[in-house]
Design a protein around this ligand. Structure first.
Ligand code: PLP
Length: 263
């Protein structure tokens, strides 16, 4: 019997199917791993925006993690939208209770349309409780600025921000370049605790179909780590996966369409 690597996403639901849990599970399927999920919040959402947010009770998050932890052999996991400090506490405790390793943190804060997916006072809970458990944390530029307290204006300040995030205890960080002002290139900056740096550069594709790009990237990384790939290789695969998705927009919905998942 062939068993697939089992991976877990702890994140919010996007009814529009382009981001959150839905993007994660589609990406897991596409990359050949078995995906489980613990839902932290339900959003009423489409390609035009977030129309409602309904956080789960923290007990519901705990019980989902317990159900998975008792039964599955989780090889890697990711967190996405966590919304409040109570859910972050349950998530960190659950990860420790079951000894889950290979944690990818996507520190989701604000949706592209401006909706807040993390309460302001919960940033501190992420940095103190969750970041020290991370194998890798995947902020975009605004998230990296919030986590580090450093304005990213050039390569030097980007490196300083990465060092500040590493000082919070994550094993490695990748600051994604999608939000930079460079018109031609999207460059992601990876750094680990040993000071190893990797730059992932790609052509900046001119598309509006970018909803869920961050979720899909971190899910692809989780899938590859779950299969036992080393982090450098997982990073290249995730970058290629997202670049190819951006190059083949689906044209779904009337707003910022989803980044394409399936072949
Ligand atoms: N909704 C949920 C549930 C998410 O987890 C995310 C992820 O970042 C988003 C929305 C934001 O998607 P985007 O900013 O790519 O439109």
């Amino acid at each position: 019997m062939e068993t697939k690597a089992q991976v877990l996403t702890i994140a919010g639901s996007d009814s529009g199917g382009g981001a959150g849990i839905q993007a994660d599970l589609k990406t897991f399927q596409e990359l050949g791993v078995f995906g489980c999920s613990a839902i932290t919040a339900v959003t009423a959402q489409n390609t035009q925006g977030v129309h409602g947010i309904y956080p789960m009770d923290r007990q519901a998050v705990k019980e989902q993690i317990d159900a998975i932890g008792r039964d599955f052999d989780i090889r890697a996991l990711k967190t996405g939208m966590l919304f409040d400090a109570g859910i972050i506490e349950e998530t960190a405790q659950g990860i420790k209770r079951y000894g889950f390793e290979q944690l990818v943190i996507d520190p989701v804060m604000i949706a592209k349309g401006g909706a807040s997916l993390l309460q302001q006072q919960a940033v501190e809970a992420i940095t103190s409780l969750l970041v020290p458990l991370a194998s890798i944390i995947t902020p975009n530029i605004p998230e990296a600025e919030t986590l580090s307290g450093i304005d990213i204006t050039d390569d030097v300040s980007r490196r300083k921000a990465a060092e500040a995030i590493l000082s919070l205890g994550a094993s490695s960080v990748i600051i994604k370049g999608g939000h930079s002002t460079d018109p031609d290139v999207a460059e992601d900056f990876y750094m680990d605790q040993q000071g190893m740096v990797i730059l992932l550069r790609s052509e900046r594709l001119q598309t509006q179909q970018t909803h869920g790009t961050g979720c899909t990237f971190s899910a692809a990384l989780t899938a590859e780590l779950g299969k036992g790939k080393p982090v450098e290789e997982a990073l290249f695969t995730a970058k290629e996966f997202i670049q190819s998705a951006l190059a083949h927009p689906l044209g779904i919905g009337h707003g910022h369409g989803p980044t394409h998942h399936a072949a």
